[in-house]
Ligand binder design. Structure first.
Ligand code: HEC
Length: 246
């Protein structure tokens, strides 16, 4: 039993590794890749709010259409702003030189960002923006201090103020510890709606980082179904064989 528990804990280890450098706990994204409607909403958010600066060069529109059940007409009408060819990868609308000039850094390609950072980090990042007049973008981020990215979802989430308290260690070292957020300007979405929207968006990015995951899910269900049917058949056979023996 103890070994079993230890094994289970080991399997869950990546979920425990949830604190980032600042000792801040990450929020839980809880994405559900089997929820196709959520992934579709996430795709729409991605192209509308992220695709202007970020590319996702490993992702092609027709693959998204096929995987997420979006017809070609809808793809073209809803998701494709930078090209009209469904076989094209997702390019950023803004030329990299321009964004480099404006933000000082080129917005990175986000194809495999969810794998690089983890879904909880991404979710937290989208919840981590707060007002900071000392920054050129007017905001800072709790999970990515000094990030050069503006809070592009601010109209949805609104603007938050972060309340920090100052802790002094026995050695006299002072550190700022995050306490909580306060609403400064309300957004068009309430807290729950913003959580849902960012969960959809992160879900889409997780899918993007590993599109084969969706295939594996579908395959997994089939395999389990097969095993179940096989088990029932084997059991019935066994009963049939042993009937006369007993
Ligand atoms: C106006 C341009 C712009 C838009 C729109 C934008 N970003 Fe960014 N993003 C940036 C820039 C610039 C950086 C680089 C920040 C840095 O390194 O300081 C960045 C960085 C990031 C990072 C961190 C990358 C890393 O690991 O270092 C993530 C994640 C990210 N963006 C996600 C998003 C998502 C999701 C959206 C859509 C909701 C979005 N961005 C929309 C400009 C943008």
């Amino acid at each position: 039993m103890r070994i079993l528990i230890a094994t289970l804990l080991l399997l869950m280890a990546p979920q425990f590794a949830c604190a980032n450098e600042g000792g801040l706990k990450l929020l839980k994204a809880d994405v559900d890749l089997s929820d196709q409607a959520s992934l579709q909403r996430g795709a729409r958010l991605f192209v509308n709010y992220c695709g202007s600066c970020h590319s996702a060069a490993y992702m092609r529109y027709n693959r998204i259409g096929a995987d997420l059940g979006i017809s070609e007409e809808l793809l073209k009408a809803d998701l494709m702003f930078t090209t009209d060819k469904v076989g094209e990868p997702m390019r950023a609308a803004m030329p990299a030189d321009d964004s480099k000039e404006w933000f000082g850094v080129t917005p990175p390609d986000l194809s495999v960002e969810a794998r690089a950072r983890g879904e909880d980090w991404l979710f937290s990042y989208l919840h981590g923006f707060y007002k900071d007049p000392s920054k050129t973008t007017g905001v800072n981020n709790l999970y990515f201090p000094g990030a050069a990215m503006p809070h592009v979802l601010w109209e949805l989430q609104g603007v938050k103020r972060a309340v920090f308290s100052t802790h002094t260690s026995p050695e006299g070292m002072q550190t700022q510890v995050f306490e909580h957020f306060e609403n400064e300007i309300p957004g068009t979405l309430d807290e729950v709606q913003y959580e849902r929207a960012t969960r959809d968006l992160v879900g889409f990015m997780v899918y993007m980082g590993e599109p084969a995951k969706l295939v594996r899910y579908a395959l997994g269900v089939k395999v389990l179904g097969f095993l179940f049917i096989f088990f029932v058949a084997a059991y019935l056979l066994k009963r049939e064989y042993w009937k006369d023996v007993n």
